[in-house]
Design a protein around this ligand. Structure first.
Ligand SMILES: C[S@@+](CC[C@H](N)C(=O)[O-])C[C@H]1O[C@@H](n2cnc3c(N)ncnc32)[C@H](O)[C@@H]1O
Length: 216
């Protein structure tokens, strides 16, 4: 293990930890299980997937959420993720190494990394590079389900601001949903103000709550 490489990451075992935000990219208690619990089940996926369904994400990180979605998608779906600080392909490979059951899918992700779109299983993915505070409000798409996956609101407040949550709501189809691991009160209130019916659900791995919602 290289505790202090040049890429802005530290590693706790196979989990990358951002130096910029001083936070791990996914749960130390099991990233893939967390993704399935919070982001897939929290959005009632894969049950809602139909051809053309559009999943959208704040914070692409290692792409683990995309990979977990691709693992369960049996019809062609779209995925758009907003990311300001893309990882290198070497860091992606190191993080993906912890998930051998996703090896084929993660190889597809890395093979397309840097291109305009990525094909991973049945998912066609686009990474919108830049600060989501600018790129998300300017985006011309509409989401059916959001994975809200910034670093913790205390450490990465710019990805959870009232204005950004309002933009999330404005870019959500009627009947669309969001899910996030955080239960922070100001995030829940911002999402309610953005037009979502917001509920709390049991969190992952000892966290009391997570948050999910539907836009009527
Ligand atoms: C918790 S990580 C995402 C984990 C990721 N979903 C995964 O599966 O590995 C949060 C991500 O948000 C990104 N981020 C932080 N602030 C941002 C901003 N203002 N705009 C866009 N992306 C941002 C970070 O670079 C990081 O990749």
């Amino acid at each position: 293990m290289t505790p202090h490489d040049q890429s802005g990451l530290d590693w706790r075992g196979s989990v990358p930890v951002s130096r910029r935000f001083d936070d791990p990219f996914f749960s130390l208690a099991g990233g893939l299980a967390e993704t399935r619990h919070v982001f897939l089940a929290g959005n009632d996926l894969p049950a809602r997937l139909v051809p053309g369904f559009h999943v959208t994400e704040t914070g692409f990180g290692t792409g683990l959420n995309l990979l977990a979605l691709a693992q369960v998608a049996t019809v062609p779906v779209r995925f758009t993720s907003f990311e300001a600080y893309p990882l290198t392909v070497a860091d992606l490979a190191r993080a993906h190494g912890a998930f051998p059951e996703l090896a084929d899918l993660s190889a597809q992700l890395r093979a397309g990394w840097g291109g305009e779109t990525l094909s991973v299983g049945h998912v066609t993915a686009r990474i919108v590079q830049g600060d989501a505070r600018e790129t998300l409000p300017a985006w011309d798409g509409v989401a059916d389900a959001w994975f809200l996956d910034g670093f913790s609101p205390a450490r990465n407040p710019e990805l959870w601001s009232d204005a950004l949550m309002a933009a999330v709501g404005a870019h959500t189809a009627a009947g669309g949903s969001f899910a996030t691991y955080t239960a922070a009160g100001h995030v829940r209130r911002a999402l309610a103000a953005a037009g979502f019916a917001v509920t709390r659900a049991p969190g992952f791995a000892g966290k009391r709550h997570m948050t999910r919602g539907i836009r009527p």
